[in-house]
Ligand binder design. Structure first.
Ligand code: CAO
Length: 415
């Protein structure tokens, strides 16, 4: 079966997490992704957080599946000439160097355009134009600058970063969408274009509901679904909402049986209005169905703390999976708090290829996250990440370099 992006060739000049997330997705959609790395060391993540000495880290392998790796020294004139040949042969260049690094290599937009006017040049940067545009940025900086940290955590605690890598992987996903849209536009315009996804902007996009709440707060000075209501105080900025739902249907994380010893014996419970009578029946409070203090969503907002405390008395009598089973019978929206250990062993995720086992020549078998996007006519087969420079000779031969030229480039330190 063919793949959605078959025939698209990507010059992957990315490193660390944000850019590689993007190009890995494009590879899973069928693009030929040629990862360009610095000779000798490669992407810094190959050696970061290593669990096996001398072997590519899981950090690297889990972000660089289905790619080919070539080494090119962009600081040598002959290496730059190789890059020019790649620019001529590829459809897209993706990069996430520090601001200005690509220009310092001489690979300006004008230079690239002169070689290949159809090329899409896609970049992740920490910030867009403005006071911070020249800053280097890592994940947590983006979470902080994009509004996630100030709105995450508990009211009486400091700002908090999340485990989900919304700054890096979140931005990579945004960039991938920009790239496929630019490729589509190119089918009409015949031209490439620049695509920029700043990490601050991508995080803010994912925090859109909090900017919604900022404006609600400024107008009404209160937000009834927040834990600060009705007893606490609101300031002039959106506060941290703990585990409150963030939507129009109140929710909370509640303890389940075994919580004293198992840090993940919890369930997320949503008191969706449509199933409120069922919630009352399940927890043994049928009188709440008609009690005017609880009967309407509006009335319940005044009593969310005692309501969730009562529901928790019920969830604490069940383990999280038993509770799920019972609640699902009544269509009550809920979800178990799953540990990474439980997720790694979840048969359904294995069956759909979202958790995959990959074999690697020096590491052996390891688990990875496969393509979360499922397409009926473009299935994904996850293949291992490349060793450093594994495909240098193949790719250069494809570009028309003779074996003697390749040997010469290697001897001169250009590849
Ligand atoms: N051959 C020779 N030199 C190479 C090369 C190659 N193949 N590939 C990269 N280099 C050089 C660059 O030219 C640059 O040199 P100069 O500083 O002399 O111009 C140098 O390597 C370092 O590049 P960098 O500044 O991008 O890397 P860093 O490790 O110092 O910074 C990071 C890393 C991520 C902070 C920075 O790249 C950045 O801010 N990127 C944009 C935002 C981003 O993507 N952040 C997410 C990272 S994931 O958490």
């Amino acid at each position: 079966m063919s793949k959605a992006l078959e025939g698209v060739r990507i010059l992957d000049f990315t490193h660390v997490q944000s850019g590689p997330t993007c190009t890995q997705l494009l590879a899973w959609l069928g693009a030929d992704v040629i990862k360009v790395e610095r000779p000798g060391e490669g992407d810094a993540t190959r050696a970061q957080l290593r669990d096996i000495p001398g072997v590519d880290s899981l950090y690297f392998t889990m972000l660089n599946h289905n790619k080919r790796s070539i080494t090119v020294n962009s600081k040598s004139p002959k290496g730059l000439a190789v890059l020019d040949r790649l620019i001529a042969a590829c459809d897209v260049m993706v990069e996430n160097f520090a601001p200005g690094a690509l220009d310092r290599m001489g690979l300006t937009w004008e230079h690239i355009q002169a070689i290949n006017p159809r090329m899409v040049v896609a970049s992740v940067k920490g910030f867009g134009p403005g006071p911070y545009e020249s800053c280097k940025v890592y994940e947590n900086v983006a979470q902080c600058a994009g509004g996630s940290a100030s709105t995450t955590g508990f009211d009486d605690g400091p700002p908090m970063v999340t485990g989900a890598q919304i700054g890096d992987s979140g931005t990579g996903v945004h960039l991938a969408l920009g790239i496929v849209a630019a490729l589509y536009q190119r089918t009409h315009s015949g031209r490439g274009q620049k695509v920029l996804a700043p990490m601050q902007d991508a995080v803010l996009n994912l925090c859109r509901v909090k900017l919604r709440d900022q404006q609600r707060l400024e107008r009404t000075h209160t937000m009834h679904e927040y834990p600060q209501y009705p007893d606490g105080k609101f300031g002039d900025a959106v506060p941290r909402a703990g585990n409150a739902s963030g939507g129009g249907q109140p929710g909370s994380i509640l303890r389940c049986k075994g919580w004293e010893t198992d840090p993940n014996a919890y369930i997320y419970f949503i008191t969706q209005a449509a199933v409120w009578p069922a919630v009352c029946q399940v927890i043994g409070e049928p009188g709440w169905i008609d009690d005017e203090a609880y009967a309407t969503p509006q009335a319940r907002l005044l009593h969310l703390k005692p309501i969730f405390a009562r529901i928790e008395q019920w969830t604490m009598t069940k383990d999280k999976f038993e509770a799920m089973e019972i609640l699902n019978r009544y269509d009550i929206p809920c979800g178990p708090i799953l540990s990474m250990k439980e997720i790694a062993n979840e048969p359904a995720l294995r069956a759909t290829g979202t958790v995959v086992e990959v074999d690697h020549p020096t590491r052996g078998k390891y688990l990875s996250v496969g393509n979360p996007i499922k397409m009926s006519d473009s299935p994904t087969e996850v293949t291992r990440s490349p060793l450093l420079g594994e495909h240098t000779d193949d790719v250069l031969a494809q570009l028309g370099f003779a074996p003697a030229d390749i040997a010469q480039l290697r001897a001169e330190g250009a590849i």
